[in-house]
Design a protein around this ligand. Structure first.
Ligand SMILES: [Fe+2]
Ligand SMILES: [Fe+2]
Length: 141
């Protein structure tokens, strides 16, 4: 599986968010490499946990921005985040319960979801949040 690669097309124009998305992509790439190299279960488990935890952190950050600036499409966006959190936790439970061949399936799902979400919903909030930040003279980078 080809590794995820950052490109300007993925930038939402908010530095701190771009950095968080890059970290998520790196964690996904790490998972891809670990699967490719048939790494031990323990390592896969650790990467999976890091990915799940950081996803929660990143979503919480975005949602805090939505609440702070009263983003009108916040409910819809949060639903999308919730759906992914639920899915990741189901996959993690299955993995923890001993299912071993989940890797490629998880990977494909995450790669597609993240790319689609960043290019779609995340890019949609960018200009609204940037304007709000400018109004308040806030630099969140
Ligand atoms: Fe995001
Ligand atoms: Fe998002």
């Amino acid at each position: 599986m080809a590794l995820l690669q950052w490109s300007d097309e993925l930038s939402v124009g908010i530095d701190i968010i771009d950095k968080q998305h890059m970290i998520l992509m790196r964690a996904i790439n790490l998972l891809a490499l670990a699967i490719e190299k048939n790494s031990e279960r323990e390592l896969l488990e650790a990467i999976f946990k890091t990915l799940a935890d950081y996803t929660v952190t990143h979503f919480a950050y975005e949602e805090k921005l939505f609440d702070h600036f009263d983003y009108p499409q916040s409910i819809e966006h949060k639903k999308d985040h919730q759906a992914l959190r639920d899915k990741v936790s189901v996959l993690k439970d299955r993995f923890d319960a001993g299912e071993d061949n989940l890797g490629p399936q998880v990977l494909k799902f995450l790669v597609e979801w993240l790319t689609k979400h960043i290019l779609g919903k995340d890019k949609r909030y960018a200009s609204f949040i940037l304007e709000g930040m400018e109004r308040q003279g806030k630099n969140l980078s």
